[in-house]
Design a protein around this ligand. Structure first.
Ligand SMILES: [Zn+2]
Length: 282
């Protein structure tokens, strides 16, 4: 579904900020544990030696247009570099204490050469992360070293998605299932040879990076699929009462569905049992 993004805050639906997940690759370039041990020790309670840690380098993001037709503004990249430094690395975006397996000890913006799709100098976020060489981490370290685990994604919130043509806000239009600005530029379309992309601007928070257990060929933005519901809710909230009132029967069905979703699993099971009994016996 062509959506503008996942529209939730950590505490639930947040209509001001948009939650973003972007996937990138662990790079072959190695981070040097011996050279970086002082940086790493800023985060450790006990003094770690280079042989205690496994370091790797990862491209966390860049300012090019991705397959969601979105890119980070230069300002967002700089903000993300600062916010992601010191953040933990987790598995599959599930943030539990036992699931925190790595930490970013350095994040820098670099210019690898070339231009992005909008004709601007390509810039990317390079992160260096460390893991402890413990028994528990052995399998993951081997998997990273062997090139099996090679995708990570970052999650962050942005205040707005701007049209790359006119800088007005891009908003999801439920009627056409497109993202468009008030000047009717549609995200992903071209105007006089210029692409309309969603420029992610004003990063408000960056949470963590995550190793993603998904096939690499699905590529960027695949982690978005983990939160499809929030976009649907946001789409409803963007519709006016007049628009919604055209569909009274559908509204009733949705209300019932949502009420059921907000009851406990126990309650749902009880109701299902009553319904089944009624169907079989009445
Ligand atoms: Zn526009």
């Amino acid at each position: 579904m062509p959506i503008c993004g996942n529209l939730t805050g950590k505490e639930g639906l947040n209509t001001d900020n948009e939650m973003k997940f972007k996937s990138f690759a662990i790079s072959k370039a190695k981070a040097d544990a011996a050279a970086d041990i002082d940086l790493i020790n800023q985060y450790a309670m006990k003094t770690l030696a280079p042989e205690d840690v496994f370091c790797f380098s990862v491209v966390l993001s860049n300012n090019d247009v991705d397959r969601d037709m979105e890119c980070l503004s230069d300002k967002s990249l700089d903000e993300l570099a600062e916010m992601l430094t010191g953040k933990t690395g987790i598995m599959d975006h599930i943030n539990r204490a036992h699931n925190q397996v790595a930490r970013l000890y350095r994040v820098e913006v670099e210019t690898p050469g070339g231009m992005n799709r909008l004709g601007k100098t390509l810039r990317q976020l390079r992160g260096s992360a460390y893991m402890l060489r413990t028994e528990e981490n052995k399998a993951l370290i081997a998997s990273i070293e062997g090139g099996i685990t090679k995708e990570v994604s970052i999650s962050f919130q942005v205040k707005r998605v701007a049209c790359s043509i006119c800088d007005k806000d891009l908003k999801f239009d439920w009627r056409t299932y497109t993202c468009r600005c008030e000047n009717d530029h549609v995200k992903g379309s071209e105007y006089d040879g210029k692409l309309c992309a969603g420029v992610l601007d004003d990063v408000t928070d960056a949470y963590e990076f995550s190793f993603v257990a998904v096939p690499a060929n699905k590529g960027a933005g695949v982690a978005k699929g983990f939160n499809p519901g929030t976009s649907v809710h946001k789409a409803f909230l963007q519709m006016s009462m007049e628009q919604l009132s055209e569909f009274p029967e559908a509204n009733e069905a949705v209300i019932k569905h949502l009420q059921m979703a907000n009851t406990s699993a126990d309650e749902r099971a009880k109701r299902a049992a009553i319904r089944k009994f009624a169907e079989e016996n009445l």
